[in-house]
Design a protein around this ligand. Structure first.
Ligand code: KG4
Ligand code: ZN
Length: 353
C-alpha cells in the first residue's frame, strides 16, 4: 500500500494511527447523506452518497427541517451499505467520524449523534470533523503524494475560499468572498433564469450551447487582492435580462459562467504565485463545473505548477473526505470528547501568523 503523503506526518498524541487504521466517516452537513470506510487516510473501501436534491428541488433550495428529517431516514441504511460494501463491521473499525460543522444544525446533529452512539456501542473513538477541512483532504484521498504547500480553491454553495495548506492541519486563509459564495451565485442566477435547482449543473449544461462572449458581465474586484464578490454579478444578470428580454438564456448563462470562472482562475493563480505553492487544487461542489475544470488545468500548465482536480464525486459532499481528515486529526489531536456538539458556524482552524 502507498504510504500516506510523503510530506508531513501527523504529530502523534500517543494515539497510534497507521495504514491499516479503518475509519467510518459520516457526512450530513447539508443535503447529502453519506458514509464511507477509509483505511490509512486515503484507501477508500466504500463511499455511499444519497443525495436529497430531488426532495428539495421543488422548493428551489434546501429546506433545513426537511433535510434533517431525511437524514434521520437515510443515514442508517447508508451506513449499513457502506459497511457491507467495505466488507467490515464495527469490530474491524478503529474510529467513527462525523462532520460537526459548519452546516445546518439539525442535519449536523443527526450525523454527530449517530457517530457518537456507534462509537460508544463499538467501544472505539469518536472524531468530530470540520467540513471545510474535509474538503481540503478530498484531494489527498485521490493523490496521497500531493506535495505541500498547496493552494486550495474551495468553491461550494456556502463557501468561496483560497486556502494555503502549508502542512497537515496548518492553514492560512488567503482570500474569501465578501458577499455571495460562487455556488450561491450559480444557484440564484439559475433560479432567476428558470433553470431550476441546483442552478450550477443546469447553467453548466445550457452554457455549452451559448456564446460566452455575448454579454460582458463585470468581473468584480479583479484587480485587487484575493477576495471575491459575486452579488454585483448576479444583479447585472437580472438587470440585463430585464433590459433585454429577447436575450437567449444560453448566452446569458454562458456569459455569466465565463465571468465567474475568469475571476476564480485569475485569483487562484495569483494566490499560488504569492505563496510559491507547489500545487493548485480545486475543491467543493462548483469544482464540478466543466469550464472551471478546463480553465484551471490550462492555467496550471501555463504557470508550470502542479494542478490537481479531484474527481467530481470527491469535489461534492461525501464521507470519504471526512474519514480522511479524521485519520489525520486522530493522529494529531486524538479522539474528540463525547460532549462535542454540532457547530453550524464552525471556522477552519487557521495558523496564528
Ligand atoms: O460542496 P457542495 O456539494 O455543497 C456545499 O455547498 O457544501 O456544493 C454545492 C454547490 C451548489 O451551489 C451547486 O449549484 C454547485 O455546487 N455546483 C455547480 C456544479 N455542480 C454543483 N456549480 C457549477 N457547475 C457545476 N457543474
Ligand atoms: Zn461541502
Amino acid at each position: 500500500m502507498t504510504e500516506p503523503t510523503g510530506t508531513t506526518e501527523p504529530v502523534t498524541t500517543g494515539f497510534a494511527i497507521g495504514p491499516d487504521t479503518a475509519i467510518l466517516g459520516i457526512e450530513t452537513s447539508c443535503d447529502e447523506t453519506a458514509a464511507s470506510v477509509v483505511l490509512g487516510g486515503h484507501l477508500v473501501r466504500s463511499s455511499v452518497v444519497s443525495s436529497q436534491v430531488d426532495i428539495h428541488a421543488r422548493f428551489g433550495g434546501v429546506v433545513p427541517e426537511i433535510a434533517s428529517r431525511a437524514h434521520v431516514d437515510l443515514l442508517t441504511p447508508v451506513i449499513a451499505e457502506a459497511l457491507v460494501e467495505a466488507g467490515v463491521d464495527g469490530a474491524d473499525l478503529q474510529a467513527v467520524a462525523a462532520t460537526c460543522g459548519p452546516g445546518l444544525v439539525g442535519s449536523l446533529l443527526v450525523g454527530v449523534s449517530t457517530a457518537k452512539a456507534l462509537a460508544l456501542v463499538w467501544g472505539i473513538p469518536f472524531i468530530g470533523v470540520n467540513h471545510l477541512e474535509a474538503h481540503l483532504y478530498a484531494a489527498l484521498v485521490e493523490d496521497p503524494t500531493l506535495e505541500l504547500p498547496v493552494v486550495v480553491l474551495l468553491v461550494s454553495g456556502g463557501h468561496t475560499m483560497l486556502i494555503e495548506m502549508a502542512g497537515h492541519g496548518q492553514y492560512r486563509l488567503l482570500g474569501t468572498t465578501i458577499d455571495d459564495a460562487a455556488g450561491e451565485a450559480f444557484d440564484k442566477v439559475g433560479r432567476y433564469l428558470g433553470l431550476g435547482y441546483p442552478g450550477g449543473p443546469a447553467i453548466d449544461r445550457i452554457a455549452m450551447e451559448g456564446d460566452p462572449h455575448a454579454i460582458a458581465f463585470p468581473r468584480a474586484m479583479m484587480a485587487d487582492g484575493l477576495d471575491f464578490s459575486f452579488s454585483g454579478l448576479k444583479t447585472s444578470v437580472v438587470n440585463h435580462v430585464r433590459k433585454h428580454p429577447e436575450a437567449q438564456t444560453a448566452d446569458v448563462a454562458a456569459s455569466f459562467q465565463e465571468a465567474v470562472v475568469d475571476v476564480l482562475v485569475t485569483k487562484a493563480r495569483r494566490a499560488a504565485r504569492q505563496i510559491g505553492a507547489k500545487g493548485l487544487v480545486l475543491g467543493g461542489g462548483v469544482a464540478a463545473n466543466s469550464l472551471l475544470r478546463e480553465r484551471f488545468l490550462s492555467a496550471c500548465v501555463e504557470d508550470g505548477i502542479h494542478g490537481f482536480l479531484p474527481s467530481r464525486a470527491m469535489c461534492t459532499d461525501n464521507a470519504a473526505m471526512v474519514a480522511a481528515a479524521a485519520w489525520w486529526r486522530l493522529g494529531s489531536d486524538g479522539p474528540s470528547p463525547l460532549d462535542l456538539g454540532a457547530d453550524p458556524n464552525l471556522k477552519l482552524p487557521l495558523l496564528a501568523d
